[in-house]
Every structure is written in C-alpha cells, then in structure tokens.
Design a protein around this ligand. Structure first.
Ligand code: RIB
Length: 279
C-alpha cells in the first residue's frame, strides 16, 4: 500500500530539457518535493519514440508515480503500459484523455490575451509561429485557437494571418524568419518563448529589428524573457505552481487510487515588456 510507504520515488518525463519551460518545470518539481520524495527526471529531447522504453525503464526502477509532460494520448500502448502496471500518473499539457489526471494552464485564455494585446496596439497583419505536428500537443492547439478566435472577433481578415509550423526549438524559430519577412506582418506571436528567441535571432540575421520592424510576443515567461534584447513581452504560465499542483495531485492519486479524474487549470497573465509597439 503506497500510502503506508515512507519514501516514494516519482518519475518525471518531459520532451526537451533544453526548452527553458521544461527545465524550470523540473527545477520546481525538485524544489517542491519533500525530503522523502525522490525524483527521477528524463528529458526525451523531442523524440517521442523513446517514450515507451523510457517509461519501461522507470517502471523497472520501481517508481511509485509518474508526471508525464510528453503526449501519451496518441500512444495507446503507452497508456496501456501505465494502466497495466497500475502506476498512478498525471499528464501536464497533454490531451485530456478522460481517464488521466490532468493539469495545464488556461491556454485558451493565454491565446486570447496575446491576440487582444496585439489588436489593442493596432496590428492587423500577424504571423503565428507554431509547432509542427510532431511537437503539437493538446494545449498548443487550444492556445492557437484562443488566439485565432480573438483575431477573428477583432475583424482581422483570414488572409492577414500567417501560420508557420516549425520544429519546436530555437532553431525551428530561427528558420521561420525568411517566411515571416516575405509575408510582411507587423506583429508575430510565437507559441513559446523558446521559439521567440529563435525568431528574434533569425530576424536580426536579416537586419530586421524588434519592435521597430515587427512586434513580437512570446508565450511561457521563462526566465530568459527578461534577459532578451529587447525584453520579451509574453504570456506568463505560473510554472512553479504547475509543478506544485502536479506533485499534489499525484500524491493524492497515490493515496486515493479510486478517486475520479482530477483536472486542474491555472490562470495565465500578460507580461508587457519591450518587444511590442503600436503599429
Ligand atoms: O515551451 C514549451 C511549451 O510546451 C509550453 O508552452 C508548455 O505549455 C508546453 O506544452
């Protein structure tokens, strides 16, 4: 019986440790874990094919619970592996598969906030830098929908929106610069701060400046945002809180395996810095 165990070991699986969102998430998990909770962390660096064997490996180490920030819903065999082993787990940002405990920030609202801010500055032609299908998760789709719906409600024409799908990394962002420049928007929304870092670098390589040539708004508010030049305007996800609640919900599931699915959403916030200006 897990509730009688004194020490517990939990596994945490994230896609890419190099993304500051996930490194901050892992750090927060470590910070909020009590001394009797041992944490084993694995970064899969974008290759979801490793997921099954990573979970098998953690199970063979005898973990008591798992926090998964890598998509599991498209992988019935992974779900089955977790269920067969009766391992308590919680998913972060992934599809709400109904039978999994689920935590995320309010992505729809985050997308809305980003679009409302750009519209309030008079932008009417916008490029969106999103993830390619390999990296797209449930919450990124919700985020994008919040953004698009707000643009539509503000009267922005469909042909004035460009959606570029790229690898969900700094390099992926950097590579979109040529397409953005060719489209000539006045503002850019990236679905993560990491993409914004790459886009900014790519635009600089072509001699374009943010915010004079293009306004740029990111997503996450990782600690890189305020060290960028210009400092990045972005949507803040409360990363420490996501980690704290993920741990609490997992512990709860470990103690009470029979309770119904736990679903928790935390709010997001617009953080205005220097990377956007009036059109
Ligand atoms: O930067 C990583 C992104 O992917 C974050 O926005 C987080 O929500 C995750 O799903």
């Amino acid at each position: 019986n897990l509730s009688n165990k004194t020490d517990v070991t939990i596994g945490v699986l994230v896609p890419a440790i190099s993304n500051p969102f996930f490194s901050e998430f892992l750090q927060s998990i470590e910070n909020y874990s009590d001394p009797k909770t041992h944490v084993m962390m694995i970064g899969l660096d974008g290759d979801r094919g490793q997921l099954y064997s990573a979970i098998e490996g953690l199970l063979s180490q005898g973990i008591d619970g798992l926090i998964v920030a890598v998509a599991v819903d498209g992988y019935p065999e992974v779900n089955a592996l977790l269920k067969e082993n009766l391992i308590p787990y919680i998913v972060l940002d992934q599809n709400n598969t109904k039978d999994s405990d689920f935590i995320a920030a309010d992505d729809f609202h985050g997308g809305q906030l980003a679009a409302q801010y750009l519209c309030s500055l008079g932008h009417e032609k916008i490029s969106i830098v999103a993830a390619n299908s390999e990296a797209t998760t449930y919450n990124l789709t919700v985020r994008l929908n919040g953004f698009l719906e707000t643009c539509r409600d503000s009267g922005i024409k469909k042909e004035n929106i460009q959606i570029i799908k790229t690898q969900f990394t700094k390099h992926g962002g950097q590579k979109t610069a040529a397409a953005i420049i060719a489209f000539r928007p006045t503002a850019i929304f990236t679905l993560s701060d990491e993409l914004a870092i790459g886009v900014l670098g790519g635009l600089n390589d072509y001699g374009f400046k943010v915010p004079d040539d293009f306004s740029l708004i990111g997503y996450d508010d990782t600690d890189y945002a305020e060290f960028m030049n210009p400092k990045l305007t972005t949507i803040r996800q409360p990363i420490p809180l996501l980690a704290k609640y993920a741990l609490e919900m997992l512990k709860n599931r470990m103690i009470n395996p029979k309770i119904k699915e736990q679903i928790r959403t935390v709010d997001v916030e617009l953080i205005i810095r220097d990377s956007c200006k009036k059109r």
